[in-house]
Design a protein around this ligand. Structure first.
Ligand code: ATP
Ligand code: MG
Length: 329
C-alpha cells in the first residue's frame, strides 16, 4: 500500500506557502481524498532519504487533534507529504473570509491546539515549532486539527537553509536565539488566538489607514530592501500588492512602516499584545491569552498545564455546536 505519485489525481490547488504548495488529490486505487503537500527541497539524495525516514514517525501519530498521515514519497526534486484533507481549510482562510471568529470557537481552537501539542510532546517528544492560523485546520464535522509539525530535523534544516525564513509568531526567547521548547509553541498559540478573535494580525496597528498598508512578507530575507527607504508607491501599485496573497506582516505605527527586523525587536522589547479592548471578551479568555504571552518562558506554562485553565475547561464542557457553525460558511 505504498503511495505513488502516479496514483494521485490532482483535483485542485488548496494553497501556497513558503515551503511549497498543497493540492487536493484523489488516491485513485482507493478513492480516498487527500491533501498533498509538495515541498521543494534543494538537498542531496541521501538527505532526502533521511527526511523521508524521519517523516515515518507521522504514521504513529494518532490523535483527534492531529492531521492523519497517509504517507510521503520523493518525486524529484520534491518531497510529497500526503495527509488528511480538511474541507473547511485553515483558520486564517476562514477569518479572512468571514471576519473575526466567535470567541466560543476561539476557545475550542485553544483546547484543540493544546490537546494536539500535549499529545505530540507527551507521546512522541515532538515540539510543533510552527503554530499559526494557517497550520490549524477545520472540517465540516466541526473538527479542529493541527498540521505541519516539526517531525523531521533534516526537513527543518533543509527548509531553514533554503528560505532563511522566520515567522512572526516566534516567541521572544526564540528571536533571541534560545532553543525551541513546548513553551515557544504556547506563545505562538497566544498570538494566533488574538489574530482569530480580532480578525487581524495583532502586531498590525488598528488605527492604521488601510489604504497605506505595504505588505512585506513575514520572512527574514537578507536581500529584502528596508521598507523605510522604499520610494513612495503609486495607488495602482498598492492595489496590486493588496490583491497578492499577504503573508502577514504589515505594520503601521505613527505613520511609519515597521520592517521585519523592527517587528522582531518590537516582540522582544515591548509588552506582549493582549485581547483588547478590555471587556469585549470574557475575563477568562483575556487571562488565558495573557498567560500564553508571558514574555519570560520560565513563567509561561506548558500546553499540558494550560489544559487546566478555567477558560479551557469551559471550552471543553461548552455545548457550542462547531458542526452547525461550520455549515454557516
Ligand atoms: P507557510 O509556508 O508559511 O507555513 P502555510 O501554512 O499557509 O504557510 P502550506 O503549509 O504550504 O503554507 O499550506 C498552504 C495552504 O494549504 C494552507 O494555508 C491551507 O489553507 C491549505 N492546506 C494545507 N494543508 C491542508 C489540508 N490537510 N487540508 C486542507 N487544506 C490544507
Ligand atoms: Mg502550513
Amino acid at each position: 500500500h505504498d503511495l505513488r505519485n502516479e496514483d494521485l489525481k490532482d483535483l485542485k490547488e488548496l494553497g501556497q506557502g513558503n515551503g511549497g504548495s498543497v493540492k487536493k488529490v484523489e488516491h485513485l486505487p482507493t478513492g480516498t481524498i487527500m491533501a498533498k503537500k509538495i515541498v521543494l527541497i534543494d538537498a542531496k539524495p541521501s538527505v532526502r532519504k533521511q527526511i523521508l525516514r524521519e517523516l515515518q514517525i507521522m504514521h504513529d501519530c494518532h490523535s483527534d487533534y492531529i492531521i492523519s498521515f497517509y504517507g510521503a514519497f520523493i518525486s524529484d526534486p520534491n518531497i510529497c507529504i500526503c495527509m488528511e484533507y480538511m474541507d473547511k481549510g485553515s483558520l486564517d482562510g476562514i477569518y479572512k473570509k468571514i471576519g473575526p471568529i466567535d470567541i466560543d470557537v476561539v476557545g475550542k481552537v485553544a483546547l484543540a491546539v493544546l490537546e494536539g501539542l500535549t499529545y505530540l510532546y507527551d507521546v512522541h517528544r515532538i515540539i510543533h515549532r510552527d503554530i499559526k492560523p494557517s497550520n490549524i485546520l477545520f472540517n465540516s464535522k466541526g473538527q479542529i486539527k493541527i498540521c505541519d509539525f516539526g517531525v523531521s530535523g533534516e526537513l527543518i534544516n533543509s527548509i531553514a537553509d533554503t528560505f532563511v525564513g522566520t515567522s512572526t509568531y516566534m516567541s521572544p526567547e526564540r528571536i533571541q536565539g534560545a532553543q525551541y521548547t513546548v513553551k515557544s509553541d504556547v506563545w505562538s498559540l497566544g498570538i494566533s488566538l488574538i489574530e482569530l478573535a480580532l480578525g487581524r494580525f495583532p502586531f498590525a496597528d488598528s488605527e492604521s489607514d488601510d489604504s497605506d498598508l505595504s505588505d512585506f512578507e513575514g520572512t527574514l530575507s537578507p536581500s529584502r530592501p528596508n521598507p523605510l527607504s522604499l520610494p513612495k508607491q503609486t495607488k495602482e501599485q498598492r492595489d496590486k500588492k493588496k490583491k497578492r496573497k499577504s503573508k502577514g506582516v504589515s505594520l503601521q505605527g505613527g505613520g511609519m512602516t515597521m520592517s521585519i527586523l523592527e517587528l522582531l525587536q518590537h516582540i522582544v522589547n515591548e509588552p506582549a499584545p493582549r485581547l483588547t479592548p478590555e471587556g469585549r471578551f470574557p475575563k477568562e479568555a483575556e487571562d488565558f491569552v495573557d498567560s500564553c504571552l508571558l514574555k519570560d518562558p520560565i513563567q509561561r506554562k506548558t500546553p499540558k498545564e494550560l489544559l487546566k485553565h478555567p477558560w479551557i475547561e469551559h471550552a471543553r464542557t461548552s455545548t457550542f455546536d462547531l458542526e452547525a457553525w461550520a455549515s454557516t460558511f
